[in-house]
Design a protein around this ligand. Structure first.
Ligand SMILES: NC(=O)c1ccc[n+]([C@@H]2O[C@H](COP(=O)([O-])OP(=O)(O)OC[C@H]3O[C@@H](n4cnc5c(N)ncnc54)[C@H](O)[C@@H]3O)[C@@H](O)[C@H]2O)c1
Length: 377
C-alpha cells in the first residue's frame, strides 16, 4: 500500500503526516482547499504548512465537498487518510451548515464515490476526535461508571463548574476508554461522530478496511498561531507574545489531554501498517489530564514574558470540564505508547513558536462573536 491520499493534508496534522510518509517512501497526494482560516489570505505565498509540503507531494487544491476534486485525486490510491475538516468546537455552534457540509457531507461524498466507482482504495483512516465523548468518564460511589451530561448553565453562572451526576458531585474522574458513552456536546463533535460511524459502517461493505482515531488535543510545531478558534496552546502563545494578559475560563482547573503532534503521526502510521488496526477505533492521547491554568503558567514561564494570568469565571456553552484518554487499547493492539511528555512537548513547541513571526491577537474578536451568539457567558 504505497499510494496515499491525505485530505486536509496541508493542515497541522496532515502536513506533518505527509512529510513523515514521504520520508518512509510513500507516494503522497494531498487534497486540500487551503482554507483561509488556517492558511491566511494568500495561502500559496504565505502558508508555511502548505509551503512545507508543496514540493514533496502531489498537491491538488480542491474541496472534499466537490465531486470533481475527488475524481482528480482518487486514481491508483491504496489508502485515504481523511483529515479535511472544519475543526472549531465553539465556532461549530453557530456555523452549523458549514460544519455539517464539510465534515458530514464531505465524508458522505467520499463514501458515495468509493461505493459507485471503480477504485483501488483498500483502507480508509479517519481523524475522529475525543469531542465525540462529550464529558469524560467518571466513577460514582454507588452507581459505578457514569457519563455525566453537559453541565447546567445556572450552576456555572453561580461559579459552580463541577460535573454532576443525578445531582451529586461526588465523582471520581477516570480515563475515557473507547467503550465509553458517546454523547457529544457540540456540532463539531456530532460531525466527528457521524464521520466515524459512516466510515466504520460503509467501508466493510465495500471490502475496504476502516480505522478511526479519536485524537485528543494535538499540539506542536506547525499549529496555526493566527486561528483564534482552535488550539488553546496557540491562542495563549499569541496572547503572551503580544504582551496581552491571559484570561483563563471557569476556575482554571478544567483539564484536557495534550498529545504531541509526532506521537499522533506515529500512532496513525501504526494504524496504517498494522492489520490489527483494521475495523477498530482508537483513542490517541497522552493519557494525562493537564489543567488549563497549568498550561497558561507553563507557557508564560517558557517564553519568559511576564504577562498576568487571571481566572475570569466565564465559560463557553458546549465546553466540557474534563476528558483524558485511556490508552490501553492502542497500546495492546498496536504497541503504541506516547513518547513526548508535556514538559518536553511544550519546550519543543515554544522553541518553534519563538522562531515564527508574532501573529495578531484575534481572540477578543472571536470571543465577541461567540458572545453575540449567546455562547459565551
Ligand atoms: N488538532 C487537534 O487537536 C485535533 C483533535 C481531534 C481531531 N482532529 C481532527 O484531525 C484532523 C486534522 O486537524 P488539524 O488540527 O490538522 O486541522 P487543520 O485545520 O490544521 O487542518 C485541516 C485542513 O483541512 C483543510 N480543509 C478544510 N476544509 C476543507 C475542504 N472542504 N476540503 C478540503 N480541505 C479542507 C484545511 O485547509 C486544512 O489544511 C481534522 O479532521 C480534525 O477534526 C484534530
Amino acid at each position: 500500500m504505497k499510494n496515499i491520499l491525505i485530505t486536509g493534508g496541508a493542515g497541522f496534522i496532515g502536513s506533518r503526516m505527509a512529510l513523515a510518509l514521504v520520508a518512509k517512501g510513500y507516494k503522497v497526494t494531498v487534497l486540500d482547499n487551503l482554507s483561509k482560516q488556517i492558511h491566511g489570505e494568500f495561502p500559496e505565498e504565505m502558508s508555511p504548512l502548505y509551503n512545507s509540503i508543496k514540493d514533496k507531494v502531489i498537491f491538488v487544491k480542491g474541496s472534499v465537498t466537490d465531486r470533481v476534486s475527488w475524481e482528480k485525486v482518487l486514481l491508483d490510491q491504496d489508502v485515504i487518510m481523511h483529515l479535511a475538516a472544519e475543526t472549531g468546537t465553539g465556532q461549530s455552534m453557530y456555523c452549523i451548515e458549514k460544519y455539517t457540509e464539510v465534515n458530514i457531507q464531505g465524508t458522505a461524498l467520499m463514501l458515495d464515490i468509493l461505493a459507485n466507482t471503480n477504485n483501488s482504495v483498500k483502507k480508509v483512516l479517519v481523524a475522529s476526535s475525543r469531542s465525540i465523548y462529550g464529558e469524560g468518564k467518571y466513577i460514582h460511589p454507588e452507581l459505578g461508571d457514569v457519563y455525566p451530561k453537559h453541565r447546567d448553565d445556572k450552576d456555572m453562572l453561580k461559579g459552580d463548574f463541577k460535573v454532576k451526576y443525578k445531582g451529586s458531585d461526588n465523582l471520581e474522574l477516570v480515563a475515557t476508554d473507547e467503550e465509553s458513552k458517546i454523547h457529544p456536546s457540540s456540532v463539531y463533535g456530532i460531525t466527528k461522530q457521524n464521520q466515524e460511524q459512516m466510515i466504520m459502517a460503509v467501508c466493510p461493505t465495500l471490502g475496504i478496511k476502516p480505522v478511526a482515531f479519536r485524537y485528543q488535543n494535538v499540539y506542536g510545531p506547525g499549529q496555526s498561531l493566527s486561528n483564534p478558534y482552535t488550539g488553546i496552546l496557540s491562542i495563549f502563545s499569541t496572547q503572551i507574545r503580544n504582551g496581552n494578559g491571559i484570561q483563563v475560563f471557569e476556575d482554571g482547573t478544567e483539564s484536557r489531554d495534550f498529545v504531541y503532534i509526532d506521537d499522533v503521526v506515529n500512532a496513525t502510521i501504526l494504524g496504517l501498517v498494522k492489520e490489527e488496526a483494521n475495523g477498530e477505533v482508537f483513542n490517541v492521547g497522552s493519557g494525562v489530564a493537564t489543567d488549563v491554568f497549568t498550561v497558561a503558567k507553563t507557557l508564560v514561564e517558557s517564553y519568559g514574558i511576564n504577562v498576568p494570568i487571571s481566572i475570569n469565571g466565564k465559560f463557553r456553552l458546549g465546553d466540557i470540564r474534563h476528558n483524558f484518554a485511556d490508552m490501553s487499547k492502542i497500546n495492546e493492539l498496536l504497541g503504541f505508547k506516547p513518547s513526548v511528555s508535556f514538559t518536553e512537548g511544550i519546550s519543543r513547541f515554544s522553541k518553534w513558536v519563538l522562531e515564527q513571526e508574532v501573529s495578531e491577537d484575534k481572540l477578543d474578536d472571536s470571543l465577541e462573536e461567540m458572545k453575540s451568539k449567546g455562547l459565551l457567558k
